[in-house]
Write a protein that binds this ligand. Structure first.
Ligand SMILES: [Zn+2]
Length: 707
């Protein structure tokens, strides 16, 4: 290519590559990169003509003027652009193809001691980023991009990008496509491992979102529930095994004594779980068993001098009485151990056949060392368990941790026939056999109090999974302990309160409220003080309820705005989702109750402003409805305020009847009409001393019980 043609190409390239190049004069006078090229074209021509010294001298002057060093011997194709050229060095044997673009500080240099060609060759349409160094007699192919500050030490094929130190080569993807001009090759994109990974993750997230959405549509109301799973030690999203029917099993009581408040907590936790899932539109099958044969029942029968089965019947009845008063619903199936002996014998037989159990003198034991996952739920190591075992060691057992599946019965004890002689089932096998019968091999949720994790639930897993070869329960849910003076409440410590003892002093709703006001997994400190606080909170609800009723029944024809209307409206529109979010988050009833009382607080403040008009009626009615809906899920706040006060009168042993109070109110009204203030005041005080508070309203006087 001729000298002038090259210069013209270089000149055009400046306009093509540099959008800021506006006119010829500017480019001719003020573009050092362009000057360097013109000088180089001149020195290169002189160099080729074999003229000594002069080309190097001119090149040296050029470098002095432009900061760009190009050896006169370098072969540079037409259309080279050097942008901000300071420090660009193009070595002696370098060859630069057409339409290349170099940024500042680029070195096309030589390395090593080899004679002959020591500098790189650049193909056509190459772009070299600022500060890049291309060293040695390597070849950079056509259409290559070299990233800023890269150091390129080996040849780069066509259509590549090259970044890093030393330069890492990535081929551009070429897509062949047919256009009007026939088959063309188009560079599609620069593959970037990070971007590709992100894209892959994005599509996975999309896929998972779609799947979750479809599950939610089946599940109905609200978002996703998260449940803390003891098995994994994590809060997990709840995905039902069969979205059409959620299957839950909780371990019930051994019927040998009155229930204490710890039993109430466990029953209420599962009651709430079930109510909330139903509220979300899920169908539930809930099983809660009764252990109606056990050493404790046999001992109790001896103590009370009645047959063992009468003991079981008696305390099952007592259980129902307690739970009914606490608002705990019956389970869908409430199987009793003695009604499932056949299923248990079947399971024990299977475990022996599969080599997980062995027989000693008419008793059958489960061999824990045969079950690989033993200790998984309670996070214990079998060897540690054995070392720390304080259980009575039966010398005949293979391992101290082996547990009885079937117990040979002693003389005079209740017994059932079995292949190993007369006996009765061990405690753990009951739940495995009954859940298998009523819920199938694998079901969704299993749980109970945290004291059941080991050994009871650990043993259930071992038996069931060894027998069926399938996973047992997917989510394990355990409620925390109740403490008294910071010590765990338990029968063995004797620091327990039966439900009946507490019901003699407090209303059942207060007990339920108290148990729900702490998250179910946290320990909960029991005291009369706490129950009184629960009572005060419930009273606040019913007082608000009364106020709502009074408001809605009065004449609201005015149009008086009250402060906090915005705050209340906002809270009302947010409330359903706040409530659901709290409950979705591992049944956080404590937070849900917090939201209820926030609404009560703002609502009362709003009503203090005595608003009127249709808007006020609407927002107050809606608030009331929301409080009821939430209360229905938790099964609290379902009475009328009057029923609540009546209950309080009974529980607080108030010596007055409702008729007495009504009569006193009439007496007082008459006194006031006669302006006998002293008598009216005396009546009010008299009632207050007996625990009744009067409230004067527009259309009369109402009363409530002091809490
Ligand atoms: Zn159980």
């Amino acid at each position: 290519m001729g000298f002038w043609k090259n210069i013209r190409g270089d000149y055009r390239a400046v306009f093509e590559r540099d959008p800021a190049a506006r006119n010829r004069i500017e480019v001719f006078l003020a573009y050092p990169g362009f000057h360097a090229i013109i000088i180089h074209r001149l020195t290169h021509m002189l160099w080729n003509a074999g003229i000594p010294v002069i080309p190097r001298l001119f090149s040296h002057i050029g470098r002095f003027l432009t900061g760009i060093e190009i050896h006169p011997a370098a072969r540079v194709g037409s259309g080279l652009v050097i942008d901000h050229g300071m420090g660009v060095v193009i070595g002696e044997t370098a060859e630069v193809g057409e339409n290349c673009l170099l940024y500042q500080g680029v070195t096309l240099g030589g390395t090593g001691k080899e004679k002959g060609k020591r500098h790189p060759t650049l193909g056509d349409n190459v772009i070299v980023g600022a500060g890049a160094k291309i060293l040695g007699a390597i070849t950079i192919g056509n259409n290559v991009m070299i990233g800023a500050n890269s150091v390129i030490l080996k040849s780069v094929p066509d259509n590549s990008i090259c970044v890093g130190v030393p330069g890492r080569i990535t081929k551009k993807k070429i897509v062949r496509m047919t256009t009007e001009e026939g088959m063309v090759e188009v560079m599609d994109y620069f593959p970037d491992p990070t971007v590709e990974k992100l894209k892959e993750l994005e599509s996975r997230i999309d896929e998972l979102t779609r799947r979750l959405d479809s599950v939610e549509r089946i599940q109905g109301r609200g978002g996703r529930m998260r449940i803390y799973n003891t098995l994994t030690g994590k809060k997990e999203e709840f995905v039902a095994l069969d979205p059409a029917l959620v299957r839950i099993y909780s371990c019930g009581i051994t019927a040998y004594d009155h229930c204490h408040i710890g039993h109430a907590r466990s029953a209420i936790v599962f009651d709430i779980m079930r109510r909330y899932m139903k509220y979300k539109g899920l169908k539930i099958k809930y099983i809660r068993n009764f252990t109606d044969i056990d050493d404790k029942i046999i001992n109790r029968a001896k103590q009370e001098g009645i047959p063992w089965d009468e003991v079981a019947r008696k305390y099952i009845d007592e259980y129902y009485r307690d739970m009914d008063s606490l608002g705990v619903d019956r389970a869908d199936v409430e199987p009793k151990a003695t009604e499932h002996i056949k299923e248990m014998v079947e399971m024990v037989k299977g475990l022996i056949e599969k080599g997980y159990a062995y027989v000693i003198d008419g008793s059958v034991y489960f061999e824990v060392s045969k079950f690989a996952g033993y200790g998984r739920l309670s996070k214990r190591d079998l060897d540690d368990m054995v070392a720390g075992a304080r259980i009575e060691v039966d010398e005949r057992k293979k391992n101290p941790m082996d547990f009885a599946l079937w117990k040979a019965s002693k003389e005079g004890e209740p017994s059932w026939e079995s292949p190993w002689g007369p006996g009765r089932p061990g405690w753990h096998i009951e739940c495995s056999a009954m859940s298998l019968k009523h819920l199938g091999e694998t079901f969704d949720i299993h749980g109970g109090g945290a004291d059941l994790i080991f050994p009871h639930h650990e043993n259930e897993i071992a038996q069931s999974e060894a027998y069926t070869g399938k996973p047992f329960a997917k989510y394990w849910v355990h409620n925390g302990f109740i403490t008294v003076d910071k010590e765990k409440m338990s029968k063995s410590l004797g620091n327990f309160f039966t439900i009946k003892q507490i019901l003699s002093k407090f209303d059942a709703e207060a007990i339920r409220f108290f148990l729900l006001s702490t998250h179910y997994r946290n320990p909960i400190e029991f005291s009369d003080e706490q129950l009184r606080e629960a009572e005060a909170s419930i009273d606040r609800f019913y007082t608000t309820e009364m106020r709502i009723r009074d408001f809605l029944s009065q004449d609201n024809s005015g149009d008086k705005a009250a402060a906090d209307e915005k705050a209340l409206e906002e809270l009302v529109s947010r409330f359903p989702s706040s409530f659901s979010e709290a409950m979705d988050d591992d049944f956080n009833t404590a937070l849900a109750i917090g939201h209820i009382f926030e609404l009560i607080r703002v609502l009362n403040k709003y009503m203090d402003g005595r608003p009127s008009g249709q808007g006020a009626v609407e927002v107050i009615r809606r608030s009331g409805n929301l409080l009821h809906d939430a209360g229905n899920v938790l099964n609290i706040f379902t009475r009328s305020p009057e029923d609540w006060y009546r209950a309080l009168m009974t529980i607080k042993n108030i010596s007055l009847t409702e008729e007495d109070i009504a009569a006193k109110i009439v007496q007082r009204r008459n006194a006031r009409e006669e302006k006998d203030w002293a008598t009216a005041d005396r009546i009010r005080k008299e009632l207050e001393e007996k625990g009744i508070i009067l409230e004067d309203k527009k259309d009369g006087t109402s009363w409530k019980v002091k809490v």
